[in-house]
Each structure stands twice: as structure tokens, then as C-alpha cells.
Design a protein around this ligand. Structure first.
Ligand SMILES: [Zn+2]
Length: 90
């Protein structure tokens, strides 16, 4: 079955109002923790640019406990759920 990320918790962890960059840490129901990097445009639109998995738990997809790129395939899905919970910086 295809992996279906479910964000349980998310919060904004850093924000630079000068360049519009911000980061959200998202905790998934399977205990995977990801850091998402965003760019906020002048018109308020946000774009997720990168996702990285924090290596506290093995990857839920490939089971590696070191760096892998599996989460990048789910960046947009995880991002949408994370922004619903955490919102975006003002
Ligand atoms: Zn992986």
C-alpha cells in the first residue's frame, strides 16, 4: 500500500521576515519528524522548497535510519497538512 503521511502536529520553528523564509517541524502519526522549508512571496503565497527527515526514527518508507530522500515524494502532501495545523507566519 502506498505510504500515506498523516501529520499529527506541526509548528513554525523559524521565520525570517526579511527574506520570507520559514521552517515548520511536522510530527507524523508514525512518529516520523520532518523539517519543511518554505518561501513566502510578497503576495502571501507560500512554496515548500525542501523537506528533510529528522533521524530520530527510521524512515517509514525505506526503513533506513540515515539520510534518504523518500519524504521528498510526499513533500506537498505533508506540507498541506502541516500548514493547516501550524498556519503561516504573519
Ligand atoms: Zn527512506
Amino acid at each position: 500500500m502506498a505510504y500515506q503521511p498523516q501529520v499529527a502536529n506541526a509548528k513554525i520553528v523559524s521565520h525570517n521576515p526579511k527574506n520570507g523564509l520559514f521552517e515548520i517541524v511536522a510530527e507524523l502519526k508514525d512518529r516520523t519528524v520532518c523539517r519543511l522549508f518554505y518561501q513566502k512571496e510578497a503576495d502571501g503565497a507560500i512554496t515548500p522548497t525542501h523537506i528533510s527527515r529528522l533521524q530520530q526514527e527510521p524512515c517509514p518508507i525505506c526503513r533506513k535510519d540515515f539520510l534518504c530522500n523518500c519524504m521528498s515524494r510526499f513533500m506537498h502532501e505533508i506540507s498541506e497538512q502541516s500548514v493547516d495545523i501550524a498556519g503561516t507566519p504573519q
